[in-house]
Ligand binder design. Structure first.
Ligand code: URA
Length: 437
């Protein structure tokens, strides 16, 4: 099969066969010795980006990408293995809250997460701000963690979906990232490799998200549910608002603190409610509860009793981290220097631009512009006034935790333009915009 013929099929809006897609993926996983070059892969990515894919093509592509590497086989373990995946947002630390809560309800959560890239944060970077925390577990360690606390929080190993690594890197440099079939196959190929039976998707929508509009988010959620189901997963997807940061803390150590506070019952309402909702759906997909109401009651009781917090403490210890951080935040990396961005008038906060706050946190050193960049876990931003809150002159909107004065100079104008104040409070927007079951 000649690569040019495969490209031509998609260029002319034809449907690719399973074997054509398998040839493409197998070349992406191992270019040496194949008849494909990177320019063939890139050309086909662009043809897919421009002409889309049918549900059948997306399902075959996903399967082939999952099969390009190792797929964990946990089928000898209890069939309550469910994970959650978010398409990425700012201040989104729900994984650190809902993983322990779902596990406390009896779900086995083999959570395989990514690192932050661009303006959105990554769960692995947050976890690694806990001294000693090891996200690289062997399969045996993962199995032990699932049987002990019910939760393991790990990174993607080199042998999981290797075709995705090549294709994602090519998409990044060929302007082909924002393609619904390609995003679907990329996310689900990794999730299918985890050995789960169910997946709850949190598709973020708004200024701080990949998908800026409701239509785009709905199309992505729909595609994820259809293709996940076709590949044997029990799927649920929520479209949730990502115009303002979730919760108040943005930055790696800072987000760990807010997640712990939430597990202690002191979290902000948006983060608490979203974490409960997503964890409850995990409980339902794991067949531990018959109804949504029963699942939610189960999660709320683990939050109120502190059982979720105890699971997080156990997970930190199991993965080599210092569990004393739960009671003593000074054990987490913190900056010594903090400045405030203030309002200059009386009124109500009408918007906080999540994307600008995410970029500012990255520029301070909390994120990466290239995959190999080192991050500073201590820096970040606390949003002191959220939309709907009343402010007066000289009141702090952002508390900036920084280390490097030059970087601070760069982010101050960005943050000064990241909020608006009006005379009236904005209408309260729901956090969960839509559900696609
Ligand atoms: N996250 C992924 O893993 N892949 C994409 O293509 C987009 C977001």
């Amino acid at each position: 099969m000649r690569p040019a013929d495969v490209i031509q099929t998609k260029r002319d809006r034809g449907e690719l066969s399973r074997s054509q897609l398998e040839a493409f993926v197998s070349a992406a996983a191992k270019l040496e010795g194949s008849s494909w070059e990177k320019y063939h892969l890139s050309a086909l990515l662009m043809a897919i980006y421009l002409n889309g894919m049918t549900p059948a093509e997306t399902a075959y592509l996903t399967q082939a990408m999952a099969d390009s590497g190792k797929r964990l086989d946990l089928s000898d373990m209890p069939p309550c293995r469910v994970d959650k995946h978010s398409t990425g947002g700012v201040g989104d630390k729900t994984s650190l809250v809902l993983g322990p809560l779902a596990a406390a309800c009896g779900v086995h959560v083999p959570m395989m997460s990514g690192r932050g890239l661009g303006h959105s944060g990554g769960t692995l970077d947050k976890l690694e701000s806990i001294p000693g925390f090891n996200v690289n577990l062997t399969e045996d360690q993962l199995r032990d963690a699932l049987m002990d606390s019910g939760l393991a929080m790990i990174g993607q190993t080199a042998d999981i979906a290797p075709a995705d690594k090549t294709l994602y890197a090519l998409r990044d440099v060929t302007a082909t990232v924002e393609s619904i079939p390609l995003i679907t196959a990329s996310i689900l190929s990794k999730k299918l490799s985890e050995g789960i039976v169910g997946l709850v998707m949190d598709v973020k929508c708004g200024r701080g998200a990949f998908m800026k509009t409701r239509e785009q988010s709905r199309a992505l959620a729909d595609s994820l549910v259809k293709v996940g189901t076709a590949n044997g997963l029990k799927m649920s997807a929520f479209i949730t608002a990502m115009d303002a940061p979730l919760g108040r803390y943005v930055g790696n150590s800072l987000e760990v603190i807010e997640a712990i506070e939430t597990l202690k019952g002191n979290g902000p309402r948006d983060l608490t409610e979203l974490s409960v909702k997503l964890a409850a759906r995990m409980v339902k997909l794991a067949d531990i509860a018959d109804t949504d109401a029963e699942a939610e009651e189960s999660v709320r009781s683990r939050l109120a009793s502190g059982r979720g917090l105890e699971v997080f403490r156990e997970t930190i210890a199991q993965q080599g981290g210092d569990p004393r951080v739960i009671d003593d935040y000074s054990r987490l990396p913190r900056t010594k220097t903090v400045v405030h961005v203030m309002t200059d008038r009386t009124g109500y906060i009408t918007s906080i631009d999540a994307e600008k706050v995410g970029i500012a946190s990255c520029v301070l050193g909390g994120g990466r512009t290239r995959a190999e960049d080192k991050i500073d876990p201590a820096v970040g931003i606390i949003v002191r006034a959220k939309p709907g809150e009343r402010v007066s002159p000289e009141q702090s909107v952002f508390e900036v935790h920084y280390r490097d004065g030059a970087k601070l100079v760069e982010v101050m104008p960005m943050l000064a333009s990241a909020f608006t104040v009006g005379d009236a409070a904005p209408a309260e927007e729901p956090l969960v915009l839509e559900e696609i079951a």
